[in-house]
Ligand binder design. Sequence first.
Ligand code: ADP
Ligand code: MG
Length: 703
Amino acid sequence: MAARLKLSSPIESIAGLAPPKCELLKKNFQIFTVYDLLHHFPFRYIDKSKVYQVAEVDESLQYIQLYGTIYNFQMIGDGPKRRLTAKLRDASGEIELVWFQGIQYYQKGILPTDHYLLFGKPQKFGNKFTIAHPEIRKALPADIDQLSGFQPLYPSTEAMKKKGLDSQGIFKIIKQAYADMEENEIYEFLPQDILKMNQLISFPEAIYQIHFPKSNSQILNATRRIKFDEFFQIQIQLKKLMAHRVTVQHGYLFPRVDNCFDQFYHHHLPFPLTNAQKKVLKEIRRDTMQGRQMNRLLQGDVGSGKTIVAFMTMLMAVDNGFQASIMAPTEILARQHYEHIHAYAEKINIKVDILTGTTKAKEKKRILDELEHGKIDILIGTHALIEPTVVYKNLGLVVIDEQHRFGVAQRAALWKKNELPPHILVMTATPIPRTLAMTLYGDLDYSVIDELPPGRKPISTKHFFYTHREKCFEFIRTEIEKGRQVYIVYPLIEESAKIDLKNLLDGYDDLKKIFPEPKFSMTMVHGKMKNDEKSTNMELFVSGKIQILVSTTVIEVGVNVPNASIMLIENADRFGLSQLHQLRGRVGRGADQSYCLLMTEFQLSLEARKRMQVMVESTDGFYIAEEDLKLRGPGDLGGTRQSGDIQLKLASISKDADLLQLANQVAQQIIDEDPELHSEKYKPLKHYIHKTNKEVKQWGKVS
Ligand code: ADP
Ligand code: MG
């Protein structure tokens, strides 16, 4: 008798599944257990539940079955290009069949006196339909009464196919596993009333029907339930974490704001704060007075003024005897933060320092020493800040700027820097669509700066083809003559950094020829440059001594040069939307009309064209983020925990936003009712979460 399988059984215990096949399943699809196997879902189904009439064939049909006789074989052409055609006839008409391979086999094997069941995809050429390489089997009229229903197609790989693990092979194993399953092993974990109210089929039904559907509606219902579950898994985890943090996780208290904060606010603000900035500061203040750890995500479009909010939040920490730090993703950005924050901090006499990967050993030693003795109030830096050697006297707040460049593990390291976890403010400049934020940061509180400082003119964005390059440069000349500065950005095009650098250098030489006069002075920054040189060149541009800055995307985030009014992006189609938006955000920071010029070849993919169109049409970061999500899916999005962190197999954050919303509501409702899932009603759920949630737990914890 076959082994009784549990969901947690290793796939080795499935009857007839040899070790090499197990290895392939593990390696290619991370299928280790029966649970994993049952969650290896078909990507498509072939409908063998119906036989069509030839007369019904039209362009909307995918793969279909037909039944009839096959006759009138003809060989057309010769040599390797020859093909065999024939006709399939049923009571309603006839349709052409064609083979390019296996010609002899079909020509000899098919008899005009037999009836055949044929399966294939009709394609229209001119005004007639053809089916190339149909699947054919001899069938008596009685056979077609027992059709094979829906045939699932499973993801596989070349290596797996070679070992018999093609779609069919995988289907067989799933069938086997199902047959040997222990009873009640697949159980419903949600209460009936929730299912009923939300028109969800049961979990056991869903898992069965996704693999062995009998109708289209079964496929739809099963898919809906499984997608719901994928979102629900994440949402319930996040809600639990949130509830835990709010009720259990202690945090430092920042009751006082009567010293540095007040001084700065009343006497040294460089400009009036926008209402949005004030609102966010109030939210943060509320968080830090409750004795729980703040974990807040601050979204604000490029240029919305997050830096000053971060600074004033740090003042709250300092006023209460804590240290604060701010982490930036790049050296350039860290330096820029340092300059601004240092200038602010000087006025109120607090000590700011900077620590990056390039800080000299002696200097570093001094900083670490001062930090440990509490002589530094605010430390600014890059990844260097979270090295284990960096010890704070009393760290109370960490601001993470443009956080998507920081890995999850790096953020996790922050929790260990003091007795209680410091308050955390995560700032993103790439707005995240609401749905994605819900999925990724559902455990965080959420603030938005949805207002730009007054007086900004919307940036005008134009898309040029290289054929109009001259015109573009003409325009740049006149702007520089008016006293403006220009960024020219090159993307990474080749796999090799060497070739990229060459592209940039060639581009630079070209531009030198286009702008030979001394009044169009030019400099360059790129990632392969020494940091000193990079800073020097950057500084020349920031101080206005140089008019044109040619660069790679190192200037992408945060850099602030108000006098720069043109951003020219070469090969703009090579960038994703969020990156383009980021780059564009480098201009439009001063009082002058600014421009973003997107340069591409005329030949563009549909998707690239759409991206250019979105950029030309909108400067709204949230809109752009939504479009980006639609075009690319969440995996590639900047500003997120990366794709591997979200375990979604069927569900799509952009396409199934309504199900995500539903999962979010249901999860909230459950956690509100019973935060610890103690009640009998939620026992199966608790059990289920415990069994399946390992990954989610790890990433939910850290930011
Ligand atoms: P980001 O949100 O992209 O980090 P920054 O904090 O760099 O934006 O601010 C962008 C520019 O706007 C800076 O030059 C900053 O001094 C200025 N700024 C910020 N807030 C205001 C405000 N309330 N009024 C006027 N200018 C502001
Ligand atoms: Mg910024």
